[in-house]
Design a protein around this ligand. Structure first.
Ligand SMILES: O=C(O)COP(=O)(O)O
Ligand SMILES: [Mg+2]
Length: 222
């Protein structure tokens, strides 16, 4: 049943469009070697993705989700990670199955599409271009585009305002509790992908409007 009728759809990157964890985990583990630490492996890193690159580095240095990082460690590690990730942005990353099909469907239906991510702009644009989906989006809002990132509603409110569309007529596609919180606070509807990175938690628990297993399913609801 077609239960959504938005004018604008803002789509998250990591865990929604792109399985970026293999590159992020590779870079974190290379960083751990430089810092004389034990590598964490991809499974652990998957749980840490979603709150931006600085947070990911902090979590890797402390081994904890609510990281209380030593400033000196962070100041040494952060530029090393940026260097590593800038040459490993999309080497091992790929689109999830159904993404191209879903994007083509939405485009063909005439929806305005934008991209909203907590990833820094210097990585967002190359990843979208390398994976050949950049041209679907009329707006890209990255983690460092504005003063605040998701779960703050600012990136979504900014996007609605950019297109002069009422937030009540907007939908977000995401994968994490930050996407749900940002959407609720902005007044957007929210559909989540079941396969993403929600810090190891089932995204159903965050009560999005709908959870789907593939973007190819979007044609059933929009
Ligand atoms: O944490 C990140 O760097 C990006 O995460 P997001 O694309 O899911 O917002
Ligand atoms: Mg995400």
């Amino acid at each position: 049943m077609k239960i959504f009728n938005p004018k604008l759809i803002m789509i998250d990157v990591d865990g929604t469009l792109v399985d970026s964890a293999p590159d992020l985990a590779y870079c974190i583990d290379e960083l751990m070697k430089v810092m004389n630490r034990t590598p964490w492996g991809e499974a652990k890193v998957r749980h840490w993705v979603g709150n931006g690159v600085p947070k990911l580095v902090e979590r890797s240095l402390t081994g904890e989700f609510e990281a209380n990082v030593n400033k000196q460690d962070f100041n040494k590690a952060y530029p090393i990670f940026l260097e590593l990730y800038s040459v490993n942005t999309s080497t091992r990353s790929c689109l999830y199955s159904g993404v191209k099909e879903g994007l083509n469907y939405l485009k063909q239906q005439g929806y305005i599409l934008g991209c909203v991510t907590n990833k820094a702009k210097q990585f967002t644009l190359p990843i979208l271009k390398d994976l050949d989906i950049f041209n679907y989006f009329r707006l890209v809002v990255s983690g460092d585009t504005l003063a605040k990132k998701k779960p703050d509603p600012l990136p979504l409110l900014h996007s609605a305002e950019f297109f002069n569309i009422n937030p009540q007529d907007c939908l977000m596609l995401g994968d994490s509790i930050s996407d749900v919180a940002a959407s609720r606070a902005a007044g957007f509807e929210i559909i989540c992908m079941s396969y993403g990175y929600n810090h190891g938690e089932d995204i159903q628990n965050a009560n999005p409007d709908l959870v789907i297993d593939s973007m190819a399913e979007l044609k059933d609801y929009l």
